[in-house]
Each structure stands twice: as structure tokens, then as C-alpha cells.
Ligand binder design. Structure first.
Ligand code: IMP
Length: 404
């Protein structure tokens, strides 16, 4: 029996798609359990480029994909993604997943318009889907196949119009035909697979610092992105996990608003953004960039009980004279080493304490890592008290080094 989890430790976009693609040949089942098509990754597999938002990327290696209860599903996105997979996909979609109706993206923008400080959402209707779910006005995948569907749609239309947003009729027939071959109950499926000794990989969306409760609220997404989100998101007990692999970039990025203590600006930020192609897969927005923030990472590791790190995009820092890592924060002259849910007033006073490490001209060449990269890795391991199991130096599979 083995079940492992891969999650992002920063503000999303850590390169989880690549990490999952790299390890997924070892698994029989790959599972998404949170978020929706706000997530996005590009996977290069056998020379072909795939863009996934909802479908777990491990499916390309022949694993069975599961979209579990905690995911909010836009069937139009799902149809488009499935059309990329030749010969059809082995995919189970939980009948409990909530659907994102066409009006929800209008509602998402409408709600952003009411705010003093914009969250900077992806505009995909994620917040409204989770919000209406909690208000018990949600529509679930299973509802598409029930006689009560017209009454439920009427009810949702009523609340959408009450909130001042135009109602857009979903194309129910198309949604039914997209979902019908895949609907099932993942709880039964996953527990049976687990008992039969199948290998299961859970794939978290976004990153720990975007968690609805433990992230930088309100500049967060609307789902549970830390490891325990797995439980409400799939019914699978996180205590059964063996490896909790946290994916982190060698620096930090954030798309959308909210605090970012290690943020860089000017030419250096531009250089890293351009070299790292730091533009959102879902929205194309330029990502904010900063040095590796070990204070924030220690918090993410602690919260999610990460026991291995997958460090990505090390090559993006090639050629820099020196590399910054944030070891602590300075708040009014006081040194703070632990992340807190700083209130807004304190947050505005947080200054990063940067430690400078030697740069490197190349990170990985002829099977060898540059000595400065080895020191960077050791520094991270000591600071987080977790081993770095993989490092990646480019988008291709053969640019990943496994050190297990
Ligand atoms: P929402 O998830 O669309 O509601 O957006 C809420 C916040 O989460 C915004 O700051 C988004 O930029 C951020 N966000 C959502 N999904 C992702 C992702 O996959 N990568 C990075 N940021 C994301």
C-alpha cells in the first residue's frame, strides 16, 4: 500500500506539473482533490505539449485519473482538456464535485469590483463555486443526472440574479455528455484501490500560502491547499500518506495581490521573470518575483508535514553573482524567524533579512552540480530540516536530478 502527496509550498506555480509528470510513472492512480481550472500547468510529454487545468497530469503515463469531491469542475474546460488525450482518458469524476456555472465568472468579477483591496482572482468563478457550496446553493455533478435538475437550476438562478449578476444558461446536454462516462464515487474507489495495494498519488493545486484558512487571507484561493485539504477533498485520511513532497522554486513567485516579503523589483525582477517565463498559465498575467523565502517555506513545511522537497527552476538563477535567501524578517528592529498571520499594520512593517550566498555560472553540467548549487541545497536542507529529493534545471524530464 502506498499513497503519496505532491503539493506546492509557496503561492502556486512551483512546477508541480513537472514534478508530478516526473514521478507519476510509479503510480496506478493520480488524484486531484482541490481547486478547479484556476490551476494550470503545461506538461511536455513525448515531445507533445499538453495544457491541463483540471485533469491530473499523471494520466499521460497511463494512470487512472480521479477528480475528487473537493474540486470545482467547469465541464467546458474539462471537455477541452480531454480532447487533447488520444484514445480517451481513464478518468473518474466524483458525483459530489460542485460545478462552476457560466454566471460564476461574472459573479467572481462582480465581487472583485466591490472590494477595496482586490484579491486578483483568476476570474474563473472559483470563489463563487465554493461560496455557493457553503451556502448550500451549489450544483453537483450528480445533479446533472437527476429529475430535480430544473428546480435546482431555478434556485441558483434566483440567487445569482439576487446578487445582481446576469444568468447565463449552461449547456446541460453538452455537460451531461462530457461527464456521463466518468461519474463515480471516489471514496469507494480509492479505499478499495488502497486495500488492494495500488499506488496512489495525490496532486494538490495552488500552494500552501494560498490556503483559505492558513494562507495570506483574504489574498488566497477558496480551497484547502495544505496537506490536510486532502481529507475533505477526497475522503482519504492524510495519516495514510507516506511521502508528502513539497515543491518549491529556487526563488519565489506570486500572481495576484497580497503580502510578499521577499519581493524584488527593477531589472533583477525583470531578468528572473523573463528567464523563468513567469507568466500565468491560466491568465497570462506576469508573476511577481522574489528571493527564496525560508521563513514562509518553514511555515509551509510545518503545516503540511512535508518530508521531501522537489526544488525547481534552479537554472533560472544561473549567471547571478550572488543569490539571496530570506532567513528572517525584521519588524521594527526585531528579528522574527517564524511566519505569523501578521495583522495588516504589522505586515506593512515586515522587512526581509537577506543572507547572500555565492552565485553560479551554470547549475548542472555533464552530470555534475556546481559546488555553489550544492551549498545552496545544503543551506535549504539545514534551514527546513527536510531533505531535497529532486532538483530540476529545465523543463525536460532529463533536466531533473533525483537524489533519493
Ligand atoms: P482564485 O483561485 O481564482 O479565486 O484566485 C485567488 C488567488 O489565488 C489569486 O491571487 C490567484 O492569482 C491565486 N491563484 C489561484 N490559482 C492559482 C494557481 O494555480 N497558481 C498561482 N496562483 C493562483
Amino acid at each position: 500500500m502506498s499513497a503519496d502527496l505532491i503539493i506546492g509550498l509557496q503561492w502556486g506555480d512551483e512546477g508541480k506539473g513537472k514534478a508530478v509528470d516526473y514521478v507519476s510513472p510509479n503510480y496506478d492512480i493520480v488524484v486531484r482533490y482541490n481547486g478547479g481550472d484556476n490551476a494550470g500547468h503545461t506538461v511536455v510529454h513525448r515531445g507533445r505539449t499538453y495544457k491541463f487545468h483540471l485533469v491530473p497530469s499523471g494520466i499521460l503515463h497511463g494512470a487512472t485519473g480521479v477528480i475528487a469531491t473537493g474540486v470545482v469542475v467547469n465541464p467546458d474546460s474539462l471537455r477541452e482538456e480531454l480532447s487533447q488525450i488520444d484514445g480517451g482518458a481513464k478518468l473518474l469524476v466524483s458525483h459530489r464535485c460542485h460545478l462552476i456555472l457560466p454566471s460564476y465568472s461574472l459573479l467572481d468579477r462582480h465581487l472583485e469590483g466591490l472590494r477595496e483591496g482586490k484579491v486578483g482572482t483568476t476570474g474563473r468563478g472559483i470563489g463563487p463555486a465554493y461560496g455557493l457550496k457553503a451556502l448550500r446553493f451549489g450544483l453537483r455533478v450528480g445533479d446533472l443526472f437527476e429529475a430535480t435538475l430544473p428546480a435546482k437550476l431555478k434556485e441558483i438562478r434566483r440567487i445569482i440574479e439576487y446578487l445582481g449578476v446576469e444568468w447565463i444558461e449552461p449547456d446541460i446536454a453538452a455537460w451531461q455528455s462530457t461527464l456521463e462516462p466518468h461519474v463515480g464515487d471516489e471514496v469507494e474507489f480509492l479505499h478499495k484501490a488502497w486495500n488492494e495495494g495500488k499506488r496512489i498519488l495525490f496532486e494538490g493545486a495552488q500552494g500552501v500560502l494560498l490556503d483559505l484558512d492558513f494562507g495570506t487571507y483574504p489574498f488566497v484561493t477558496s480551497s484547502y491547499t495544505f496537506s490536510d485539504g486532502l481529507h475533505p477533498g477526497s475522503g482519504f485520511f492524510p495519516g495514510n500518506l507516506e511521502w508528502i513532497v513539497g515543491v518549491a522554486k529556487a526563488y519565489t513567485t506570486r500572481v495576484g495581490n497580497g503580502s510578499f516579503p521577499s519581493e524584488l523589483s527593477g531589472d533583477l525582477a525583470e531578468l528572473i521573470r523573463t528567464k523563468g517565463a513567469e507568466f500565468g498559465t491560466t491568465t497570462g498575467r506576469p508573476r511577481r518575483v522574489g528571493w527564496l523565502d525560508l521563513v514562509a517555506l518553514r511555515y509551509a513545511v510545518k503545516l503540511s508535514r512535508t518530508n521531501l522537497i522537489f526544488l525547481t527552476k534552479v537554472d533560472v538563477l544561473d549567471g547571478l553573482d550572488r543569490i539571496g535567501v530570506v532567513d528572517a524578517y525584521d519588524i521594527d528592529g526585531q528579528r522574527v524567524q517564524e511566519w505569523h498571520d501578521f495583522g495588516d499594520t504589522t505586515l506593512s512593517k515586515v522587512r526581509p533579512v537577506i543572507n547572500w550566498l555565492d552565485g553560479w555560472s551554470y547549475s548542472y553540467r555533464s552530470g555534475e552540480m556546481h559546488p555553489a548549487v550544492l551549498r545552496f541545497k545544503a543551506y535549504i536542507e539545514n534551514s527546513l530540516n527536510v531533505r531535497v529529493g529532486w532538483m530540476s534545471f529545465g523543463p525536460r524530464d532529463d533536466e531533473t536530478l533525483c537524489m533519493l
